[in-house]
Design a protein around this ligand. Structure first.
Ligand code: FES
Length: 249
């Protein structure tokens, strides 16, 4: 991965070419691209995005400061996020945060002296069924404890490969992950399971019980949102549960 501005410009232009009708849609991926090279949304990256998309630097900065995935100062090689939103928090997320923050000697959005880890208090990652969760470079580590998370950060600092609960076989660096988020695949996108266990429990129970989603009543407010070709069926329609059982096997 080259770190030259020229290469970054060529890659940014390739991203923009994906959006021929509305080039500004390329801004998000370009900011990830900048992070893949500079490790954060750097001033030169902001200037490049503004130039290529005919935006002001202020407009680019407004986007970069709105979304927490964009870093405003150099990130560690691994971004370790502890979810402390209500569900994870009451399931142990706050205890994990306290233990790991004390162990590493850094607080929210701070980086360890060796540059390995930036620690972050995360909002909900939509993985509440595996609470409490920790994310490393946006890969999931489910059902964590203070001890397991301390082991995780010790492995990172020791230079060991770390393996998420779901997703790819191992967690790649912040810069490598940022390049994937910019839309340049690394060949690992289909590795590992994504939806497993608790996430699918409701679907499995519904299949076993023969439950299906109710059909919208003609003329109801939600009726206009229903795709008539999508196969919605009335509750308990004969013959539907077996098909769904097959789908969930
Ligand atoms: S509250 Fe932690 S994943 Fe939802």
């Amino acid at each position: 991965m080259s770190d030259t501005l020229e290469t970054m410009r060529a890659d940014a232009e390739a991203i923009i070419a994906r959006y021929p009708d509305f080039p500004r849609s390329a801004l998000g991926p370009i900011l990830h691209l900048v992070q893949s090279v500079d490790g954060y949304v750097s001033p030169r990256g902001i200037a490049l995005a503004a130039e290529l998309l005919n935006l002001t630097r202020s407009e680019v900065s407004a986007v970069a400061t709105f979304y927490s995935q964009y870093r405003r100062h150099p990130n560690g090689e691994y971004n370790v996020g502890v979810c402390v939103n209500p569900l994870c928090g009451v399931m142990g997320g706050e205890m994990i945060w306290d233990a790991v923050s004390e162990h590493l000697g850094v607080g929210h959005d701070e980086t360890t002296e060796d540059g390995k880890i930036t620690l972050e208090r995360l909002e909900c990652n939509a993985a509440c069924d595996f609470a409490p969760v920790v994310m490393v470079n946006w890969e999931f580590f489910d059902n964590q404890t203070p001890a397991s998370t301390i082991q995780l950060v010790e492995d990172i600092q020791a230079g060991k490969d770390i393996h998420p609960t779901r997703g790819p076989d191992k967690v790649h660096s912040f810069k490598e992950t940022s390049r994937v988020l910019a839309g340049f695949e690394d060949g690992h996108v289909d590795e590992g399971p994504s939806a497993v266990g608790p996430t699918l429990l409701g679907k499995r129970i519904a299949a076993e019980q023969g439950w299906t989603a109710p059909q919208a009543v003609a003329g109801s407010p939600s009726d206009t949102d229903v795709d008539e070709t999508a196969g919605t069926e009335p509750v308990g329609k004969p013959g539907s549960s077996a098909e769904r059982k097959e789908e969930t096997k």
